[in-house]
Design a binder for this molecule. Sequence first.
Ligand SMILES: Nc1ncnc2c1ncn2[C@@H]1O[C@H](COP(=O)(O)OP(=O)(O)OP(=O)(O)O)[C@@H](O)[C@H]1O
Length: 354
Amino acid sequence: MAEHSSPAAAGTAVTVSALRHRYADQLVLDGIDFHLEAGQVLALLGPSGCGKTTLLKLLAGLLPLAAGHGSIDFGARRVAGDGRFLPPEARGLGMVFQDYALWPHMTVGGNVAFALEMRGLPRKQCAPRVAEALAVVGLQGYEQRNPSSLSGGQQQRVALARAIAARPQVLLFDEPLSNLDRDLRDSLCHDIGALLRAMGTTAVYVTHDQEEAFALADRVAVMRGGRIRQLAAPAELLGEPADSGIAEFLQLGTLLPGDAVPHAWHGRGLAPRCDQTAQRLLIPQSALTLHAGGGGLPGEVLGQRYRNGRYHTAVRAAGAPAGLTLLTDQPLRPGQAIELGFDWQRLRWLPHAA
Ligand SMILES: Nc1ncnc2c1ncn2[C@@H]1O[C@H](COP(=O)(O)OP(=O)(O)OP(=O)(O)O)[C@@H](O)[C@H]1O
């Protein structure tokens, strides 16, 4: 994407308080609270059905907020709650959806201009704004093209141009890359991240792809069962997951039940279990290495799988249940005896997921 100066206005803070939502008698959001500073990017990450899209729709004004079900503020403006409800077009939003949602009967330029015309911008002023937004997403000169003549990645760039052309204060993304193949996803994800940082627009980005969330967002809210279970910067989530459910969802490593942890490990440097609520031991993949030179824990190779330039190696450590994963550059054969190095400082006792 082009290294352009921002066509968008700087973002506004977003505050969500005690938000709840019901579909008929099913409570799908239950007590959502967060505050995003202006210009921050929040990823909503969680398994299918946890309520990500519902939360995004409430932020967008695409769903009504029932009385007594919390509030949403954009800066000092209450956009929903306490009897107030601003429709989407009055919230200063841009939205990008999974299915691009471009008008097929309009040109690329027409699609981008549409958002501006809807806001009452005189036609004459639209053309330079359209050109500017298309340039930012790397589609300079595409105004006259038909959306159907573009690739999926290019169509999503048009949708992005349309979202930023109106200079929104808040950008909302609902799984915008999930229809694209992996390589295109990676490059567009990188471009969207760079664009958001350059624009300073506040953004909320729904995804179930952890890599996408961690690449783009300043903060990540991990959701489960209609609640935010942890909201933190990516590094904090990786290093200090709040419970075993989060560690499991983020696939941070092996989780051993407390009573399966070999007794001998305590003597080796494992911090003792600090309280009764700490029930499972997380052994992050990053804590486990192939040890050379004696003094490591004896282990055995169970199998290997090559992925992303490394061998994901299933190993069994002596006295412990199977299921540890070691990342290594070395090919190893099943049954091979090895020694394992543990970085005991990285092991964590975690409470069970609530
Ligand atoms: N219009 C609707 N009417 C009734 N129930 C709904 C409606 N939309 C969503 N739901 C239900 O609400 C819950 C949350 O759905 P939501 O789409 O917000 O989850 P999600 O985390 O975005 O899931 P996904 O990743 O699969 O899109 C699910 O149980 C879903 O079946």
